[in-house]
Design a protein around this ligand. Structure first.
Ligand code: TXA
Ligand code: MG
Length: 329
């Protein structure tokens, strides 16, 4: 545990959050996807503090949050029509676009890359905060690097208590998985991270097919795509379907993460169902909370997770589960 620097407060006071941010400090903020660890994106020292608090390597760049596309314009050299159309369709919302940055965005924000990741969040509290600030907010998910992303103010408190002065509480996140990250390469749309906007929805809005390119550990331009990520401390094993689960070792205490309710289950000590009826949005919303519950349960040694159908938000859920499992393989 790191030394405490602050008496961390949780509250719903947007003005208080703004005061800390204006003073160059980091504040946890709600967004519709996950809670973010925010700081003034134009202030290198404040941005450096994000990396420090998160224990995040500086080769992993940050997303910059803006109120809308007009504000995004201020920070970029160009906003290609293809991405503009997506922003029109999905902002405010869980979509991040990569655009060539202006010099006003510090290199530390983009880890020296030429493009900056921009997103206009939909959460009303985040929007109130952005509306009263004179600067955009750099904000990665508010978890220690590599661990499960937080979807409540309490999740943030459990891990960053003492490290930041204030957690702005906006209730549980409604989307539950991070934003989808898109950019343009050679005139074509590329999705670098599966997330809260389904690939199918992007293809429909863009009226073109997109390439999904992730899972690179060696290429720093592949965003958020370290193979190991979103990981619980316990061992997590993946199964395509609960019907295919093997028999557990004798005496092994299992935690089951089920996509939907099942009639018959292998012997287990604890089971969390993401969505009784198998609704992908509901499953995404509950995913990180469910992983935390099983990770923190004293009677669970190993987590078995069932994969979702690989469509819509199910692709983002399966992506997170694969990365959570990758740590222990
Ligand atoms: O939904 C979200 O996107 C949340 C909320 C807080 O907005 N944020 C989030 O941030 O998930 P983070 O840092 O956990 O993941 C963002 C990923 C990073 O892993 C990074 O690699 C990638 O986006 N990224 C950011 N800026 C980039 C850039 N300029 N070029 C390439 N990748 C970038
Ligand atoms: Mg993250």
């Amino acid at each position: 545990m790191r030394e405490s620097v602050f008496q961390t407060q949780i509250g719903a006071d947007v003005a208080e959050a703004a005061r800390w941010l204006e003073a160059g400090q980091c504040v946890a903020i709600p967004t519709e996807t996950v809670y973010g660890l925010a700081a003034n994106a134009l202030d290198t020292a404040a941005v450096a503090r994000i990396y420090e608090v998160k224990n995040r390597p500086t080769f992993d760049p940050l997303i910059v949050h803006v109120l809308d596309a007009a504000s995004a314009e201020t920070y970029v050299e160009d906003f290609p029509a293809m991405l503009r159309r997506l922003a029109e369709n999905f902002w405010p919302g869980p979509l991040t676009v990569l655009l060539p940055k202006k010099a006003v965005i510090p290199d530390l924000v983009t880890s020296g890359l030429p493009r900056v990741a921009l997103r206009a969040p939909a959460h009303p509290v985040a929007r109130q905060l952005l509306a009263r600030l004179s600067f955009p907010l750099a904000a990665p998910s508010a978890n220690p690097f590599g661990y499960i992303s937080p979807t409540t103010a309490q999740h943030v408190y459990d891990q960053l208590q003492g490290q930041i002065p204030y957690i702005l509480d906006g209730g549980p996140c409604t989307v539950g998985v991070e934003s989808t990250i898109v950019g343009v390469e050679d005139g074509a749309l590329v999705v670098y991270r599966l997330g809260g906007v389904a690939v199918e929805a992007i293809e429909e809005a863009a009226k073109t097919s997109v390439t999904v390119r992730q899972h690179s550990t060696s290429n720093p331009t592949a965003p958020g795509m370290l193979t190991t990520h979103y990981a619980p401390r316990k061992r997590l094993l993946l199964w395509p379907s609960a019907n295919d689960w093997p028999v557990p070792a004798a005496g092994q205490n299992l935690g089951l993460l089920l996509f939907k309710r099942r009639q018959t289950l292998p012997p287990h000590t604890r089971c969390v169902v993401l969505s009784n009826e198998g609704d992908l949005s509901e499953a995404a919303q509950r995913l990180f909370s469910a992983l935390r519950t099983l990770d923190n349960a004293n009677d669970v040694e190993v987590i078995w997770a069932e994969q979702c159908p690989d469509i819509g938000l199910g692709r983002a859920i399966n992506d997170r589960l694969r990365r959570a499992a990758a740590t222990t393989e």
